[in-house]
Every structure is written in C-alpha cells, then in structure tokens.
Design a protein around this ligand. Sequence first.
Ligand code: SF4
Ligand code: SF4
Length: 426
Amino acid sequence: MTADPDLISRPAAPGSKADSRSYDEVMHCNRCGFCTSFCPTYLATGDEGLSPRGRNQTWRALMEGRLDPSDGRRSFDTCLLCGICTSVCFAQVPTARLMSQAREKVRQSQGAGGPMRFFLRVIVPRPALFEGLLKILYAGKKMGISRALNRWGVLRWISPRLEAAEEAVARAPKKFLRDLLPSAEKNAEVVHFLSCGPNCVNPEIGLATAHILKVQGVQAGTANTVCCGLPGQSFGDLEAARILARKNIKVLEEYPHATILIDDSSCAATVKEWPRFFEDDPLWRARAEAVSKRAMDVLEWLDSHPLALSAHAGKSIVTYHDACKARYAQGLVNEPRRFLAGVPGLEYRELPEADQCCGGGGTYQFMQPEISQAVGQRKAENISATGADLVLTSSVSCLLQLRNVLAKAQSKVQALHIVEFLARGK
Ligand code: SF4
Ligand code: SF4
C-alpha cells in the first residue's frame, strides 16, 4: 500500500523557495543569546546545543555543508517547537519552523524508508486504518495488557517512548468522536474539525464543544476530515503533512461557507499554517489559503460568541495554561482571559510563567520523555503555587502532559480543556 498518488507532491526543484528562505531566515540570527533564558529545553538542560541560538547555528552549519546531518539530530529533535524564542527575538527568527525543516533534511539524508514515514503517509490519512489500529491498541489497554507490560518494565525495555505513551493516555475512550457526532449538512454554518486529540483520545472535549454550539443555536456537524498534519511537520516529514493537508482541503472545500471550528489549538495553528506547506506549489497554496482563512480556534469562537453561563461553572479557583500553539502560533493571549473573566463566580489566578511550554509538544512527550518531564515538573510546581482547583488549557497535548506531571507531583489540581469547563455551566 502506498500514499494516495493524487495527494503527493511533484518532486521539488533543487534549491526550492523554502530552502532559500530558510537560509535567509537563519542568517538573521546574530547570536545575541537573548532567547536562551526563555527556552524551556535550555532551562531544563543548560545545554547550548539545545538553545534557540545553538539550534540555529547548527542548522546554518548543516545548510553550509559544514556539518553531517546526523550530527544535528539531537539539537533539532529536542526542540519543543513552542515558539517562545521567536516572540522575544528582535530579529524574529522563526526557530520552531526552521527546526521542522532541519528535521526534514536529516530524515531525507537518512534515506526514503522508515516505518514512521509509512505510518504518517499511508496509515494516518486513512481513518479506517488509523482509527482501526488505535481501537486495537485501546482494546489491549482496556484488558490491562499495556498496563501490565508497563508495570513489568517491558515497555521501558522496548523503548521509554512506549512507556511514556502508555502513561500519558490514562484511559481508552469507549467511542471516537467521529462515531458520536452527526455529519455536517453542505450548507452548515460550522464544520467541527475532527482533531485527533478530541476525536480519538478525549472525545468528551468534542462533545462539550458540540454541546456549546447546540446551546448557541448553531447549525454544525463534522466532516470526513483527517489529522491536520502536525505530527508529520513535527517529525520532519513535511510531505506527510502536505498529504494530510491536501486531503483535508478537498473535504473542507465541500463546505464553502462554513466556519471551520477547531477545539484543539495545536490543530487550529496547523490548519492556519497550511498555506506555508505549499510554498513551491501556487495552486495548492491558493486552495490552502481559501480554506485556512475560515479556520477558527475555539478560543476565538468563545471570545466572539459569549455564553450565558450559570454560576455553577464558576465555583472554582481557576488558572490557565497557554498552549504554545494558541499563544505563539496564533497570538491568542487576551481572548481566553477575557471570556474567563466573564464567568460568574469564578476566581481567576494568573499562572506564573504561563507563557512557558508545559513540555507536552504533541508527540514530544513520548519521543523525548526525559526533557519533557523536566519541563513539565516546573509547570506542575507553578500550577500548585497558584492554589487553584483547576487548570484550564486548549490543547489535548497540553492536557495529557498537565495531567501526567500533576499526578507525578501528587497534586490535587484538576486539568481540564476549557470547553469541558464551560460546558459544565450550561
Ligand atoms: S534567535 Fe534571535 S534572540 Fe536568539 S540568538 Fe538568534 S537573534 Fe538572538
Ligand atoms: S521553539 Fe521552544 S524549545 Fe525550540 S528553540 Fe525555541 S524556545 Fe527552545
């Protein structure tokens, strides 16, 4: 089985626009080091190679042919792609995006094959295969098999990544969101995008979003969308990300007037970034732009469509963790704070270092468990220091990480997606 031929790119010309732009951007790094004290992986390790400055210089050396690609791998793979470095950099060097490109170069230098590439390009774009595979793994979890293997140390022995994945996904959902929500009509006002987290890990988030839309009287439903492409982008297989983006664009073009509502900020940021995936392909870039401009993070939706909430929702002391893909990729900082301030009875306490990544980073928490835990521990300490009962966020990746690190810290603070919290008040 191969990737769908209609969705794959034609071979890129050598010296593509993306390559020359990447080189141009990395040359803007003047090595001032201002970003280093904000970078979570540098703060956790003290390793210059794991700072934005170190990463940019490593990428530059690779592009100039002064470094073997495999020697840059640790520096590139350990980046959380959080984006805080760009927000404090005077030259606005887009280190996170450069690291995705650097990972792609390393993967390409290692040959075309690899089970991950097959998984991302062939399995993930086909919901019957991808979700079928997850259901088999979940059946093993429900029977206690993966838990027992973890307790006996077998998963750690195979790979610490498997151990981290088993711990992060605390329980298997009974059904996926795709099976629970109705399909959108062609003239739907809103298409509820099936992000992998709310679809396959925490369907209660998608159900809460659907409930809020219903209460607001919005005509909404799901479309036959697939993963947004973020895992491919993070892994360094940008072609896998493009395959998924094209498949989604084709589906979403069937609902030309609908707002595309996304209740996971990581996916919302990726959908908004689709046009960048096609820098060397003007036709697909135009199609991506037309679809992406209709995308809306649920944080934006909630800010612009206020809910009349009962006081029940607010009887809590609440803090809020900014998902990096909401804060840095989409600039959504005031929106969640503004609508939380309107929840009756809620006591809001700002989280120290709310602008710092939690260490979740999508699959990062499974791929780089040691650094992820070190970063997450600091986040758990900051959350506990607020004295809040609840910490809210807007990405499933952050939610899994927060639950995991809070449990390890034996904290009583409960982590919830913001829509789950708001749906409680309706
Ligand atoms: S990325 Fe920006 S802040 Fe960091 S060293 Fe380079 S120029 Fe300075
Ligand atoms: S994106 Fe985040 S982890 Fe990566 S270099 Fe920048 S600050 Fe560090």
